[in-house]
Design a protein around this ligand. Structure first.
Ligand SMILES: Nc1ncnc2c1ncn2[C@@H]1O[C@H](COP(=O)(O)OP(=O)(O)OP(=O)(O)O)[C@@H](O)[C@H]1O
Length: 440
């Protein structure tokens, strides 16, 4: 009996020891998870939070991602996942709905492309299974190209709605797996009688620059988005919202409408990327702007350079001035035809144009490689616009510079921009932070 009791005691002790070891291992593991999140400034909210990736190798070991995809990302030159990719990719691989906010140029596009390609795996004849929306055609095209690169060799078929008036669009739709579009073009096709496009099969709906697409009014897409959202009525649909900035109402909408949403923020919300050296330059009056830009250019610039103005008319005016000076300059805005816009973008990408004057059309999402300098010739109309504009430089860990001109009239709106600069660690004269907020 004694022997039996001591044996029972021993087993109990061993069991206890095993439980303790397991608990210790789990604690160590959680420590490692926390360490990765802290190191990359990842903040995550929601239940059953998936672990962040330690490296791209985790995609093979933990998720059996195909070699083809991994070879493609290696070919593009991605060696390490960016912070937003570390946390968003596993969440989407677990088929979680997601709201992701990370600085400009931090790799949000690949963060949704990789899991979508993994889920869709290969071509099927069921129709569109993924839909990605972007606010401008230029950005939609860029996302389409990224999809092409990352899905190369998988057999998945991609579609970008190029023409407003489709030719046999409805008939050809089943040929494709992934659709990238602006809301306008998609709405046009949905509104035909009968609808030219069928979104019942969509399993992934991604809204890139989602705060922009949620905006109401003339430049917003909120109504169109609601129609598209309704048309994606499969019970399997999962949604993802991505942007470098999020307004409070969009966040609330996501919390109410997305299923068990995972929210991922990298760094401080609604802040500028830390890789851009930001400067404010007082130019006195409108006339001073032209003088100041000429001076910057004559002192020596390293192209490519982006110059933001407030309207297509302003873009054309500045273009006329700088071309007269003999500068290698072009302009892009909504007053140009799509063919003209495509040509300008191509020339700028190829380095044939050194200075590109643009409107808000280029403000969001556009990834021109190696832009060294952004000049805000016209003062941005909000801190959010400012964050996106200057985010065209300092992308993918590279450094960049942004100079923002301000006149006497702009002083009233200076404070919000000055605050963004302080958060990013850029020097700002104290008086700017003490200026009164504009009254609404
Ligand atoms: N893991 C990675 N390693 C290196 N470069 C990367 C990685 N992921 C993406 N990139 C590159 O970083 C650049 C910016 O990526 P992307 O355009 O997706 O940024 P973003 O976060 O969507 O920016 P924005 O908010 O301005 O739209 C691109 O040139 C992209 O190819």
């Amino acid at each position: 009996m004694q022997k039996l009791l001591s044996c029972w005691d021993r087993t109990k002790k061993e069991k206890k020891k095993k439980v303790k070891t397991k608990e210790k291992l789990a604690a160590l593991h959680q420590e490692e998870v926390n360490r990765i999140r802290n190191q990359h400034k990842i903040h995550i909210y929601g239940t059953d939070k998936p672990e962040p990736l330690k490296s791209f190798d985790d995609l093979v070991t933990n998720y059996k991602m195909s070699d083809v995809i991994l070879k493609n990302i290696a070919k593009i030159g991605y060696t390490e996942p960016t912070p937003i990719q570390r946390q968003t990719i596993p969440a989407m691989l677990h088929r979680r709905e997601i709201m992701a906010c990370a600085p400009t140029g931090s790799g949000k596009t690949a963060a949704f492309i990789l899991p979508i390609i993994h889920h869709l795996e290969k071509h099927s004849k069921h129709g569109f299974r993924a839909l990605v929306l972007a606010p401008t055609r230029e950005l939609a095209k860029q996302i389409y190209r990224d999809f092409q690169m990352i899905s190369d060799g998988t057999g998945l078929k991609l579609h970008y709605i190029d023409k407003t008036v489709p030719e046999n669009e409805g008939k050809s739709v089943k040929k494709f797996d992934i659709l990238v579009s602006t809301p306008n073009r998609l709405i046009y096709q949905l509104n035909q009688d009968p609808p030219q496009i069928d979104l019942h099969t969509v399993e992934w709906l991604i809204v890139d620059e989602s705060d922009k697409l949620f905006e109401e009014g003339k430049s917003g897409f909120r109504d169109q988005l609601a129609v598209i959202y309704k048309a994606c009525d499969s019970k399997n649909v999962r949604r993802g919202m991505f942007s470098a900035t999020f307004a409070y109402d969009v966040e609330q909408w996501c919390k109410l409408n997305l299923d068990n949403v995972i929210q991922v923020n990298v760094g401080a919300r609604n802040s500028a990327t830390q890789t851009v050296e930001q400067e404010l330059q007082f130019v006195g009056t409108e006339f001073g702007k032209l003088f100041a830009i000429r001076e910057i250019i004559h002192k020596g610039i390293q192209p490519p350079v982006l110059v933001f103005v407030q309207s297509k008319e302003r873009a054309q005016e500045l273009f006329n001035e700088l071309i007269y000076d003999g500068m290698n300059v072009d302009a892009i805005h909504s007053g140009k035809t799509q063919a003209q816009r495509d040509e300008v973008v191509m020339k700028f990408r190829l380095g044939k144009v050194w200075i590109l004057i643009c409107t808000e059309l280029m403000g969001r999402g556009i990834d021109f490689k190696g832009v060294n300098l952004v000049i805000n010739y016209d003062f941005p109309n909000s801190a959010i616009t400012y964050i996106h504009r200057i985010g065209r430089t300092g992308r993918a860990g590279r450094s960049g510079k942004a100079i923002t001109f301000f006149t006497e009239d702009d002083k009233i709106n200076l404070r919000s921009i000055a605050n963004i600069m302080v958060e990013a660690g850029c020097p700002v004269p104290p008086y700017m932070l003490q200026m009164k907020k504009p009254t609404k």
